[in-house]
Design a binder for this molecule. Structure first.
Ligand code: ATP
Ligand code: MG
Length: 568
């Protein structure tokens, strides 16, 4: 491709709308342009990378025995109404009506449609097991679209669904996808971690996420270098730890704590440690209220708590008016003593004695509170968020934590959708049973952003060869120098003939501009044809190198071909 003809509107300035590196670089490299919040157009360079990621995903899906098909994105409401997700998705679903006032949505994910496709088209149990997939544009009206294509409202996802007649069959289908995902993310050049993930209150028997560690990730992940255990914070099991408590069975005491609302203010006021307190937090769970208690230096894990409560909607903090009504106090003084709603207590609180809680009275706290004696919990369970300083639930060694970007998710669904929509099959022995499903997603466009987050420097993107928009670029330093241009064209054609996707920077620009653009768009290897071209000498530079090397023309061409072929 001739860069003089390439639609590549690079920017020198960092666009104000972009917060994170990958978003800034995708805009600066002329890969994408914004149309509205979370909605982007892909320009040629962006689209080439996106298509390469799709192709790697496709090859590995096919290798794993999955079959590609393509569903509509504009979908009638019925299947989602049957599964209940027409409501569950809430405002995240783009809903619309046709001219006859029938309800439609833009597909956010396709479990229902794949289930329906199998119901309508699979005739015999002999056709199972089966894994179907598509690579398709999805629509979600995200509450906070941000970070460019990392969390957008229109994005490309690969979604696959497996259909099995036995649990062992599901395990095998799941394992095949697990292996395919490892192959995909390795080929994409991503440094990834596989974590145990939450599979929700009722759905599924197992789930794992493929995470790219990055400070811009929106998921917390905990991992253990000693034994390899890793889990999403949402799922990570916490081992209770004991902290010093006042000794003996001390009598409960009410204390006046004016203007002390936060744990920090109370610590100061009462001369205790944060771990001598137990926080009581009131939540709204669907249409009921509950309380959750964790040690003063811990945080409530709302996903674990939601699963335990078994509510449909996400938990929400109780509204201030509800807190006032339930505790008869201003916000900030809730406690378990005399509280008339179910109290969910974190396991760790069981190890505590004579602790401090709110007294359900403005400006008042209780000290020397003991569970069992002073209040009765409804449930005691692990409801806190794991943190640095915790130990691995598998081997007991200290864990580490990091932020992660979820690039893929594999999930044993079980029979949730086959039950809801009526997908059954006769087994060999003649019984009729619900078909057992799994679902498997990859955020194709999110992978672009994740790759850039992991592969960049102050000059721009550093593409892995496997997904680079072009492999190599040939730069004549002076586009008006005929000798340079002639040699550059010769090298360009030789590389094209060798199957190397090559750019030639034939633009009438200053060399500095050309070099800056090559670095910004992240082309893995560059040949510069300059002053020494008369002697048959050119400069060869891989994008990751600081400095170029002088080589003969033939040597440089050979090295480019070798470098690309061995890294693709
Ligand atoms: P998240 O927790 O990040 O919102 P999710 O768990 O809702 O994602 P899934 O339903 O598991 O997402 O979708 C499969 C994959 O699609 C995710 O692993 C992610 O890579 C990608 N994905 C999901 N939402 C978005 C989005 N808004 N923009 C880009 N990619 C997305
Ligand atoms: Mg997910």
């Amino acid at each position: 491709m001739r860069m003089s003809k390439l639609l590549m509107p690079t920017l020198r300035e960092v666009p104000a709308e972009a917060e994170i590196t990958s978003h800034k670089l995708m805009l600066r490299a002329g890969m994408i342009r914004k149309l509205a919040a979370g909605i982007y157009s892909y320009l040629p360079l962006g689209l080439r990378v996106e298509k390469k990621i799709e192709q790697i995903v496709r090859e590995e899906m096919n290798r794993a025995g999955a079959q590609e098909l393509l569903m509509a994105a504009l979908l009638p409401a019925e299947a989602y109404q049957a599964s209940g997700r027409w409501e569950v998705f809430g405002p995240s679903m783009f809903k619309l009506k046709d001219r006859n006032d029938r309800d439609f949505c833009l597909g956010p994910t396709h479990e229902e449609l794949f289930t329906q496709t199998v119901i309508d088209n699979v005739r015999s149990y002999k056709e199972y097991p089966m894994t179907l997939y598509q690579i398709q544009t999805k629509y979600r009206d995200e509450g906070r679209p941000r970070f460019g294509v990392m969390r957008s409202r229109e994005f490309v996802m690969k979604d696959a669904y497996s259909f099995d007649l036995t649990e062992e069959g599901l395990d095998a289908s799941y394992k095949a996808m697990y292996d395919a995902y490892c192959a995909i993310f390795t080929r994409l050049g991503l440094d990834f971690t596989i974590v145990d993930a939450d599979s929700g209150a009722m759905g599924g028997s197992g789930s794992q996420e493929f995470m790219v560690k990055s400070p811009v990730g929106e998921d917390g992940i905990a991992y253990c270098d000693a034994c390899g255990w890793a889990a999403n914070f949402e799922k990570a099991e916490c081992i209770p730890t004991e902290v010093p408590s006042p000794e003996g069975d001390l009598p409960i005491e009410k204390i006046h704590t004016p203007n002390a609302h936060t744990i920090e203010e109370l610590v100061e006021f009462m001369g205790a440690k944060p771990y001598n307190f137990v926080k009581t937090i009131l939540y709204k769970a669907d249409d009921k209220y509950i309380a959750a208690m964790v040690r003063g230096d811990r945080e409530v894990n709302e996903v674990k708590l939601k699963n335990l409560v078994g509510c449909t909607d996400d938990l929400e903090l109780a509204e201030p008016f509800a807190v006032r009504e339930l505790t008869h106090a201003e916000v900030g003084f809730a406690g378990p003593v005399g509280l008339d709603i179910p109290v969910y207590v974190d396991k760790e609180v069981e190890l505590m004695k004579n602790f401090i809680v709110g007294a359900n009275e403005t400006d008042m706290h209780y000290k020397n509170v003991n569970m069992g004696r002073d209040f009765t919990p409804a449930v005691i369970a692990d409801i806190r968020i794991i943190t640095d300083g915790d130990v691995c639930p598998k081997c007991g060694k200290p864990i580490k934590t990091a932020q992660g970007v979820e690039v893929g998710h594999i999930f044993k669904l079980g029979t949730k959708y086959s039950k809801a929509l009526g997908l059954t099959a006769q087994t060999e022995s003649g019984e009729v049973a619900d078909v057992i499903m799994g679902c498997y997603g990859i955020g194709v466009t999110r992978c672009l952003a994740a790759s850039i987050e992991q592969n960049n420097d102050e000059n721009g993107i550093i593409w892995p060869v496997s997904i680079a928009p072009y492999h190599a670029v040939v730069v004549p330093v002076n586009s008006k120098n005929e000798e340079q241009v002639r040699l550059a064209e010769k090298i360009y054609n030789e590389l094209l003939d060798a199957g190397i996707e090559t750019l030639i920077d034939d633009r009438d620009e200053r060399p500095g501009v050309k070099f800056k653009d090559c670095d910004l768009i992240g082309i893995p290897v560059r040949i510069v044809v300059g002053k020494k071209c008369g002697e048959g000498i050119v400069e060869y530079k891989e994008r990751v190198w600081d400095k170029a090397e002088e080589k003969t023309v033939d040597g440089a061409v050979k090295d480019v071909i070798e470098f690309i072929k061995s890294n693709i």
